[in-house]
Design a protein around this ligand. Structure first.
Ligand code: MF3
Ligand code: CO
Ligand code: CO
Length: 258
C-alpha cells in the first residue's frame, strides 16, 4: 500500500528530512584521514540525538549502529567499526536516517577522503548525476519505472553498472514503505506517481560489474569484483507540478557542481 501524505504531514516530515541533511553537512566538515568509521558513527549519533531525534538504523532489524558507513568496495549497509580507519584515496558513503516527530528522513552522500584517483572521482560524480537524473523525471503521472530507466542509461553510457539487489523505497511513518524504487528498468512501467507520495532515490553504481556479495556479518554488502561502488540518496515528495527534494537544506544546499 502506497501512503499519500497530507500537506501537514509533509511539513512535519520535511523537518526530519532537514535534520538528516544537516547531519551530513555536519559530518562532512569533520571527516579527516585517520579517524575511524566508529568516530563517524558517534559524531552523527550525538548530533541526531542532541536535536531530539532518533537514528533510525540503530536496532533496525538488529543493525548495531546509528548510521551506515560504506567504504570503497562496500556497496551499502557497512557497519561502523573502530577497525576501519579512513585513509588517503578512500571514498566513504555515510547514510543517515532520522526519526523525528514520527517521520523518517533518509539521505546519503559519498565523500572523498584526501586525494582520490580521478577514475574513482568520476564514478562518484556520475553516481550523483544518476540520482539527480532519476529525481528529475519525477512528477504526477510519471511511472516509477522511468526513474530506473534514466539511471541505468546514464550509468551504462559511462561503462558503469547498476546494483539490482537493493533499491529506493517509500518512506514516511515507516522507514521502508511501498513502493520499491528500482534503479534500472523500463520507461512506462510500474505505478504512476501522485502528489503526496514520498520516496527515496538512491542508486548504487559500480565501477566494475554489478554483482554483489553479503559478508558474514549479514549486513555489509560488497562488490563481487572488489572494485569501488558509490551511492547518493535523497528523500523526495511528489507535488502538484513536479517534485521537491526534502533532504536539501535550504541554508546549506548540497550541490557539488562536480
Ligand atoms: N538507510 C538505508 C536505506 O537507504 C537503510 C539502512 S538499513 C540499516 O534504505 F539497517 F542498515 F540501517
Ligand atoms: Co533509503
Ligand atoms: Co539511506
Amino acid at each position: 500500500m502506497i501512503s499519500i501524505k497530507s500537506k501537514r504531514e509533509i511539513e512535519v516530515m520535511t523537518e526530519s528530512c532537514q535534520l538528516a541533511a544537516k547531519t551530513l553537512n555536519f559530518i562532512a566538515q569533520k571527516l579527516e584521514i585517520g579517524m575511524t568509521t566508529e568516530d563517524v558513527n558517534q559524531l552523527c549519533h550525538d548530533f541526531i540525538t542532541s536535536h531530539g531525534a532518533y537514528p533510525s538504523p540503530l536496532n533496525y532489524h538488529g543493525f548495531p549502529k546509528s548510521v551506515c558507513t560504506s567504504l570503497n568496495e562496500v556497496i551499502c549497509h557497512g557497519i561502523p567499526s573502530r577497525k576501519d580507519k579512513l585513509k588517503n584515496g578512500d571514498i566513504l558513503n555515510i547514510d543517515v536516517t532520522t526519526h523525528y516527530k514520527n517521520f523518517h528522513g533518509d539521505t546519503n552522500r559519498t565523500f572523498f577522503i584526501g586525494e582520490v584517483d580521478p577514475k574513482i572521482q568520476d564514478l562518484v560524480k556520475v553516481t550523483y548525476e544518476c540520482m539527480m537524473a532519476g529525481i528529475n523525471v519525477c512528477k504526477p503521472g510519471a511511472h516509477i519505472g522511468d526513474i530506473g530507466a534514466v539511471i541505468e542509461e546514464m550509468a551504462n553510457d559511462h561503462g558503469y553498472s547498476v546494483v539490482h539487489e537493493y533499491c529506493g523505497h517509500g518512506i514516511g511513518r515507516e522507514f521502508h514503505e511501498d513502493p520499491q524504487i528500482l534503479h534500472y528498468g523500463k520507461r512506462g512501467t510500474g505505478v504512476q506517481m501522485k502528489p503526496g507520495m514520498t520516496f527515496t532515490v538512491e542508486p548504487m553504481i559500480n565501477l566494475g560489474k554489478r554483482h554483489c556479495k553479503l559478508l558474514k556479518d549479514n549486513w555489509t554488502v560488497v562488490t563481487k569484483d572488489k572494485k569501488p561502488s558509490a551511492q547518493f540518496e535523497h528523500t523526495i515528495v511528489i507535488t502538484e507540478d513536479g517534485h521537491r527534494i526534502l533532504t536539501l537544506d535550504p541554508d546549506n544546499p548540497y550541490d557539488p557542481k562536480f
